[in-house]
Design a protein around this ligand. Structure first.
Ligand code: PMP
Length: 409
């Protein structure tokens, strides 16, 4: 094994364990990624040395915590190339970020008869907030379809996005089909029709270099826990002029300017959207995760994962009885690979793989409308990250053959 890879792998203590007497092969990275010791240490260091509430205290610990929290915001800003750090709002995660936009921007700007355009491949967290907003406002929710090989149908996008459209909200990378959507092109389309462009970047930011200014998206949401950072913290990027116009999401401490008995005024962005005590340790841990990813380089991570997919996808496709969803050409397929094996429920398949130490997910992946479109109730899903290697990929394929033999299918 190459020494650079081994060094990276050793940073992730959790990977070094046996599951069912087999070495763990962790391939559930689309659900959550593992954490390097550097991120774990940042959390410990924060709680051992710096823990205090931010922005409320003039004492040294309070100032230190505030400084580190705001430094994490700047790291995230640079990581996605936002123009200003006040365009970075800390949230609980992608779900929270998307709900924030629907409940604030959506509540004010969507009227009866307006249209909201999403796609059939959306995760529930980029679907239900818009569906419920449309129901509340008597607006229409429209779905961009997918092509037969599981890519976003851009011809259909051109049909669905019209002058009636007020919001377009699309996943940057699908958590089921493993495709990257052409956000830049869709943002152009949305803006031609004076709609705003929202992107769900949960599966993109961990795996590729993302430049929100180049994509020209108005909002971009992602989660720390999928990019080797702690759970319970996420990001909403929003263009400053839009964030400034939006009403607050939640009310309480730290988001106010003045509070009178019968009315109140709000503080500036981003803090207007950060009511109450924040996940300070989480944000600092996310900052450390960004440092770690930057050290390896996002382009290197993308290239490495592409090589892994180019290795494993053809091997999976060779398996008799397998259906792989999404493109079969590894040039169009990211490290999320969903599949089914004829004659075996995906839950049974995932349980069988676990017997070989291989952790994959089985279920609807919070994408029930997509499952319906694919004509299945569930799939198995293997998802790779930069600490996986060809041996892990080989073990996945071997475990599937073992399962076939065990179940005689
Ligand atoms: N969108 C996509 C594409 C996802 O894969 C996920 C996580 N499975 C989410 C949104 C939701 O992220 P979180 O649970 O961290 O809020």
């Amino acid at each position: 094994m190459d020494s650079k890879f081994q060094k990276i792998r050793n940073d992730f203590p959790i990977l070094n364990q046996k599951v069912n007497d087999e070495s763990l092969v962790y391939l559930d990275n689309a659900a959550t990624s593992q954490k390097p010791q550097q991120v774990i240490d940042a959390l410990i260091n924060y709680y051992q040395n710096d823990n205090a509430n931010t922005r409320r205290s003039v004492h040294t610990l309070g100032e230190r915590a505030t400084e580190e929290f705001e430094a994490a915001r700047e790291k995230v800003q640079k990581f996605i190339n936002a123009e200003q750090s006040r365009e970075i709002v800390f949230t609980k995660g992608t779900t929270d970020s998307l709900n924030l936009i629907a409940s604030t921007y959506g509540e004010v700007n969507i009227q009866a008869g307006d249209e909201i355009v999403i796609s059939i491949m959306e995760h529930h967290s980029n679907l239900i907030p818009w569906q419920q907003l449309a129901l509340r406002k008597k607006a229409t929710l429209k779905y961009i379809d997918i092509t037969s090989d599981g890519q976003l149908d851009m011809q259909d996008a051109r049909k669905k996005i019209t002058d009636k459209t007020k919001v377009v909200s699309i996943a940057h990378v699908s958590n089921v089909l493993g495709v990257t959507n052409d956000l830049k092109e869709i943002a152009k389309l949305a803006h031609t029709h004076n709609a705003i462009m929202v992107a769900d970047g949960a599966q993109a930011v961990p795996h590729m270099s993302v430049d929100v200014q180049d994509l020209d998206v108005d909002f971009y949401a992602f989660s720390s826990h999928k990019m080797i950072g702690p759970m319970g913290v996420g990001v909403l990027y929003g263009k400053a002029n839009l964030l400034k116009q939006m009403p607050p999401y939640q009310f309480g401490g730290e988001m106010i300017d003045f509070v009178n008995q019968y009315d109140s005024t709000w503080t500036e962005i981003p803090w207007k959207f950060e009511a109450g005590t924040q996940n300070v340790a989480g944000a600092i841990g996310l900052g450390k995760a960004v440092d770690y990813l930057n050290k390896i380089g996002m382009q290197n991570i993308a290239n490495y994962e592409h090589n892994l997919v180019s290795y494993v996808l053809p091997k999976l496709l060779e398996i008799e009885g397998i259906t792989v969803y999404g493109p079969h050409d590894s040039n169009y397929h990211n490290g999320v690979i969903s599949f089914n094996l004829r004659g075996l429920h995906p839950h049974d398949l995932a349980t069988a793989l676990d017997m070989d130490g291989v952790a994959v997910r089985a279920g609807h992946h919070c994408a029930q409308p997509l499952m319906k479109k694919l004509g299945v109730v569930a799939t198995a899903r293997a998802s790779f990250y930069f600490y996986n290697d060809k041996k892990d990929a080989y073990m996945l394929v071997k475990a599937i053959y073992d399962a076939k033999e065990f179940f005689k299918i």
